[in-house]
Design a protein around this ligand. Structure first.
Ligand code: ADP
Ligand code: 5SP
Length: 499
């Protein structure tokens, strides 16, 4: 039996899946790494942590599955998007990576809007200047750490850096490059116009490849460390949301995905790259060549849940917290939560907003708070569902992936808040599966990602919305929506007191 490997470089951990020709997951291994948040709004990771942990996970996955490593024929990647990795001329990392959920770059976003022009930005990059994207981070380093910027010769995104270290080849795939704000989304080339306007040398941009492209094989030293054969074919791979969409079979119009990882994402397939969504949603190239997707992003989805657990119930496992939270009624006995712990993206592009609990009552317990957190995260995702529905897409169901899809109770809350049936897959690791599917097509097992998805995607259950719950959540959602405008100015005034 032959196998392929999908590596998902997430924000909380690297998750490696070993998959056979029938799409059965034969092995899984996860290695976590720290996130550094020295100030409010800052979020960094050490790129070499990603490499070290990926190498450990690649060895452990075949060892624990008890297979011969010689039977692994292909490998590909899915990665957290937008993070800036700067390399010097010798391929060494110049500073810690600045991640997608780092919001220190509001001034740089305004600078991009002013110099490129919002109209030109939306025509070429198809997206607004948001703090999370890569170009504002590049400009921040240029302004605040000029000595480091001068040393930089190339910039990469997180999974591209790991792939470079594993194969020795420098490249960035188009689906991830779409999140830099430097890509001409329709032409799939670096935009000279944007680079010139903000005075960034295009020589910093790496060669572009499709997510499905073969980029090389493993370096001999990496083969030795991982125990895998040096002949393993390595395919570029894509942005985690693009790969999540591949793994969830979002490869045709009318299909939608919700992902609750560290971030929260609601995504829909888009055949054309020529539309104008006026920046209301992110509009990126898919991992499938010549396809696109639109999505809305909640910055702190699983991250809010993580924060709550860390702060109020450290020793209680996630699954147990969800179970206890589900015992609290819909609306958590009158408590509402907004998940703006690190600012927000969709629908409020606001780096200064912070979260709230509204309606605290002496009768509430800590499990009401847990329920409010879970509901608040899902309300935030529902803002994106509403925008996508309004963009004239007919959506019959949503495929749920990510850590948040592990709990049946949370899947029911998603179905009830979205008012749409929610599909649960056998394995919630959509991005890792999508990466494995890219490798499976690359080594010739399938002719197309669509054909591979038909064989690999395994729906475990469909969770139907319950009409009583849908009605109650509709009412709660309208209260939830009022919290942002009422707290916006207060959050700005509190900024001076944040660490
Ligand atoms: N059993 C569970 N039930 C619900 N949510 C969970 C469970 N286990 C983990 N999570 C949530 O999933 C998140 C991790 O999801 P994951 O998709 O692995 O994230 P990432 O890709 O960002 O590393 C955690 O932050 C946590 O909030
Ligand atoms: O910034 C975005 C998408 O624009 C995030 O979705 C990142 O891609 C990180 O994803 P997770 O670690 O939550 O999977």
């Amino acid at each position: 039996m032959e196998y392929v490997i999908g590596v998902d470089l997430g924000t909380s951990a690297v998750k490696v899946l070993l998959v056979d020709r029938n799409g059965q997951v034969r092995g899984e291994w996860t290695e976590s790494y720290p996130l550094y948040q020295p100030h409010s709004g800052y979020s960094e990771q050490r790129p070499d942590d990603w490499v070290e942990k990926t190498i450990v996970a690649l060895r452990r996955v075949w060892e624990t599955a008890g297979i011969s490593p010689e039977s692994v024929v292909g490998l590909s990647f899915s990665g957290q998007m937008h993070g800036l990795v700067l390399l010097d001329g010798d391929g060494n990392v110049v500073r810690n990576a600045i991640l997608w959920n780092d919001t220190r770059t509001t001034a740089e976003c305004r600078e991009i809007e002013e110099k490129v022009g919002r109209k030109a930005l939306l025509a070429t990059a198809k997206n607004e200047a948001l703090e999370g994207f890569t170009l504002p981070k590049l400009l921040w380093v240029k302004k605040h750490e000029p000595h480091l910027y001068e040393r930089a010769r190339t910039f990469l995104l997180p999974k591209d850096y790991v792939r470079f270290r594993l194969t020795g080849h420098i490249a960035m795939d188009v689906s991830d490059a779409a999140g830099t704000l430097l890509l001409d989304i329709e032409k799939k080339t670096w935009s000279e116009e944007i680079a010139r306007a903000v005075d960034v040398d295009l020589a910093l941009c790496p060669p572009l490849v499709e997510a499905t492209a073969l980029v090389g094989t493993l370096r001999p030293d990496v083969a030795e460390q991982t125990g895998l054969p040096a002949s393993v074919k390595v395919f570029a791979g894509g942005a985690d949301n693009a790969c999540g969409a591949v793994g969830a079979g979002i490869l045709a119009e009318g299909k939608m995905m919700s992902s609750i990882g560290t971030s929260g994402v609601v995504l829909a397939y888009e055949q054309s790259g020529e539309k104008d969504f006026a920046g209301r949603v992110h509009y990126f190239n898919h991992a499938e060549p010549d396809a696109y997707y639109i999505m809305g992003v909640t910055l702190a989805a699983g991250y809010s849940f993580d924060w709550w657990k860390r702060t109020f119930a450290e020793d209680v496992p996630f699954a147990e917290i969800v179970k206890r939270a589900a015992e609290s009624p819909i609306g958590a006995n009158g408590l509402l939560f907004t998940p703006y712990l690190v600012g927000e993206r969709t629908p409020y592009a606001d780096a200064d907003i912070r979260g709230s609990f509204i309606g605290i009552d002496s009768a509430q317990t800590k499990w009401d708070f847990a329920r409010a957190v879970i509901e608040g995260i899902t309300f935030s995702l529902n803002e994106s569902v509403e925008i996508i529905k309004a963009s004239s897409k007919t959506i019959d169901s949503v495929v749920s992936i990510g850590g948040g899809a592990k709990s049946a109770e949370w899947l029911q809350i998603q179905a009830d808040i979205f008012g749409i049936p929610v599909e649960k897959l056998k394995n919630e690791q959509g991005p890792g599966l999508g990466a494995a599917m890219i490798a499976a097509c690359g080594v010739g097992w399938f002719d197309s990602l669509n054909q591979c998805a038909d064989a690999f995607k395994q729906v475990d259950a469909v969770v139907e919305p319950q009409s009583d719950a849908v009605a109650k959540y509709k009412e709660l959602f309208s209260i939830y929506r009022d919290v942002y405008p009422y707290t916006k100015e207060m959050a700005k005034r509190l900024k001076a007191f944040r660490p």
